[in-house]
Design a protein around this ligand. Structure first.
Ligand code: ADP
Ligand code: MG
Length: 362
């Protein structure tokens, strides 16, 4: 169902994204080692990742790095190793003989105990060694092994140099493809440092798949198809208004469709409820940022109210919160760009998500 709120896992529930799926498939089939799936929140990165992984049919591990980070307050190597192995084993499991040979390859790792899908370490695991074993198994089986980190920028918030590990694997483990998704595109790029000579991944090639919002007609078509699936046909005017306010961001369109079509609310009730739910979500997402500096919230408000230039945004912030020096202010703006809450076109700043814009303005 198109209006299911969970990230999609089945092709038939995923609207379009044909080109992105094709590009993903082609990168894996060409044996590329690093794929980046980029785009602001709620454009469907996790959904695309899920569908691409199941469609390809190669064994994979998929790690939700953000939830790992929030569960543990960092990304400990043991936990990451455990998650990678148990996730990987679960996709190999249906193929008995492949599984047997995988378990045999892994059994040479000292201190590792596997029973079913449960993985334990009697000593601190060496992630590089684990990846080496997965690679040599995949090479022998003539398969590719895919390791996907959803919201990978959270890997940077741990004492461990995961960028170095990924660089090592990309350089020496040809049967492994890493897929990294990121909503905080600038943060992910900083973490990887593909263009930073001081970073381990400097100069490496990555296939970048950038998700865009739907065009107007696609959004309208998406809503129509979704309502069609549940046998209702809302007025043209309502669909137009929803698309006007939600602007091609599939996550919000899905939520609207769910509230209107599945929960059976009227158009205006569904819009109100969407903004209620969105406000909670967005405030929560912004809270850790605003804990660092309250100015982040005020900057977003300034932009939401129509200030688009560096100087007018700064004036607004100073009017509300007192003086801030230019350098500090520029850093705050740059961070909001890196987190994806702002975008910059020429000299103008804007909030890319109309729902975020409405929420922070109030
Ligand atoms: P992201 O990972 O980019 O934040 P998600 O994959 O979690 O986005 O998707 C956000 C919401 O939009 C979810 O409710 C998901 O079911 C829905 N969704 C995303 N992409 C599509 C799509 N192509 N077709 C239908 N629903 C989608
Ligand atoms: Mg996601």
């Amino acid at each position: 169902m198109l209006f299911d709120l969970q990230p999609k896992t089945k092709r038939e529930d995923l609207y379009d994204r044909e080109n992105e799926l094709r590009e993903f498939r082609s990168a894996v089939n060409l044996g590329e080692n690093l794929i980046l799936l980029l785009g602001i929140r709620r454009l469907g990165k996790s959904s695309l990742l899920n569908v691409a992984l199941t469609e390809l049919g190669f064994p994979y591990a998929k790690i939700d790095v953000r939830s790992l980070y929030f569960t543990h307050g960092s990304i400990p190597q043991e936990i990451l190793a455990q998650k990678i192995l148990s996730s990987f084993l679960s996709t190999v499991k249906p193929h008995k003989s492949l599984l047997l040979r995988l378990e045999k390859t892994l059994s040479s790792i000292r201190g590792l105990r596997i029973s079913g899908l449960s993985v334990e370490f009697e000593r601190k695991p060496d992630l590089a060694e684990i990846l080496e074993k997965i690679n040599s198994w995949a090479e022998n089986e003539n398969l590719r092994a895919i390791i996907a980190f959803d919201e990978a920028q959270y890997l940077r918030l741990s004492g461990i140099r995961y960028d170095g590990l990924i660089a090592y694997a990309v350089d020496t483990l040809p049967a492994i493809t890493f897929v990294l998704t990121g909503s905080e595109v600038g943060m992910l790029q900083d973490f990887l440092g593909l263009e930073d000579p001081k970073k381990p991944l400097f100069g490496r090639y990555a296939r970048e798949i950038v998700l865009q919002r739907f065009k107007r007609e696609e959004s309208v078509d998406f809503l129509r198809k979704g309502f069609g699936e549940i046998g209702i046909e809302p007025a043209e005017k309502e669909i137009e208004e929803a698309v006007e306010r939600l602007d091609g961001i599939v996550g919000w369109l899905t939520m609207y469709g769910y509230l209107r079509g599945v929960r059976g609310l009227s158009h205006s009730e569904a819009m109100d409820e969407l903004f209620n739910m969105a406000e909670k979500l967005i405030r929560e997402e912004l809270s850790s940022l605003i804990q660092n500096s309250r100015r982040y919230g005020v900057i977003l408000k300034a932009v939401a109210m129509g200030n688009t230039r560096w100087s007018t945004i700064k004036e607004y912030v100073e009017f509300k919160m007192g003086p801030v020096n230019d350098a500090k202010f520029s850093i705050l703006l740059k961070n909001l760009l890196k987190y994806g809450y702002l975008e910059q076109r020429g000299n103008e700043y804007a909030i890319p998500d109309p729902v975020v814009k409405e929420v922070v303005r109030n």
